[in-house]
Design a protein around this ligand. Structure first.
Ligand code: PAF
Length: 282
């Protein structure tokens, strides 16, 4: 795997790939890689001739009191996981490669980015959309891969790509889970033993909502209340949101006729965890 630490090196790699007629697949990450990320790289390998990843802990998507400083940085381990996954190149930009002196343009996605995590983390999606747009412009991939655990992020990025006519396809891939259902996340590293045991309640809450929906419940408030009760029973009380929403627009629904997505953000110990599930009728 080639390590690309400057824009110039990246540009050369991208030029070579296109000159050779390769289809380039891209997986942007913030590192601290886990099996969820690796599944994105594996899928990219299947669909593309050349796969490139990036690791950049993007300062503009963290609020002033969030975990930017603390965010796990595990470069050596990440590199060896990516080698094993067959990744061809890894872009490791410095902050000035992404935000050179004088940088002042931001990408602001509309309604999709306003509620849920957008409301709890002001500026977060503007930071995400901006860095992803810059990375897309630098890497110029044909396809980019994202995990559906970050469901709102996925919709925001897909909207941005459509709205700004960016010439690439955005692919969302299913959440990879631990044996007890906990969604893989770099932030799971913050969980101590007690919090780790509690964290599995997020998955159980989504599962309970699914059972209720499959049994005929269509009232979003009832679905949300059931999921919320699973969390509080497990001792999770700092809940940012439990919301049953339209799966395309994330708008609230009066009645869940169209399969809703139920989304959760909650604090477990010192970690803010998110998870979601699209509810289906069997
Ligand atoms: O999901 C992430 O890891 C980040 O939000 C992303 C998409 C790499 C942008 O920094």
């Amino acid at each position: 795997m080639e390590l690309l630490t400057t824009r110039q090196a990246l540009d050369q790699w991208v030029e070579d790939a296109y000159r050779a007629g390769h289809r380039v697949g891209f997986v942007p990450t913030m590192g601290a890689l886990h099996a969820g990320h690796i599944s994105l790289f594996q899928t990219a390998r299947q669909g593309c001739d050349r796969v490139i990843g990036s690791i950049f802990v993007n300062p503009t998507q963290f609020g002033p009191n969030e975990d930017f400083q603390r965010y796990p940085r595990t470069l050596e381990q990440d590199q060896s996981l990516l080698e094993q996954a067959g990744c061809h190149a890894l872009f490791l930009p410095a902050v000035v490669d992404i935000y050179p002196e004088g940088h002042q343009t931001r990408v602001q996605v509309g309604a999709l980015a306003e509620d849920l995590c957008g409301r709890c983390r002001p500026g977060h999606f503007q930071g995400v959309a901006t860095v992803v747009a810059i990375l897309f412009n630098l890497v110029r991939p044909r396809v980019a891969y994202f995990g559906l655990k970050d469901y709102q992020q996925f919709l925001v990025i897909r909207r941005m790509v459509d709205d700004l006519a960016m010439p690439l396809k955005v692919v969302g891939l299913p959440t990879v889970r631990e044996a007890d259902g906990l969604a893989m996340s770099s932030r799971n590293r913050y969980l101590d033993e007690h919090a780790r045991a509690q964290a599995a309640a997020l998955f159980r809450a989504l599962k309970r909502a699914q059972e209720l929906y499959a049994a005929g419940e269509e009232d979003p408030a009832a679905l949300e209340a059931t999921a919320r009760a699973v969390l509080t029973t497990a001792g999770i009380t700092r809940i940012d949101y439990v919301a049953a929403r339209d799966p395309e627009t994330l708008a609230p629904m009066v009645q869940c006729k169209k399969n809703p997505v139920i989304l959760i953000a909650a604090w477990v110990g010192s970690a803010r965890l998110i998870d979601n599930r699209q509810l289906i009728r069997n």
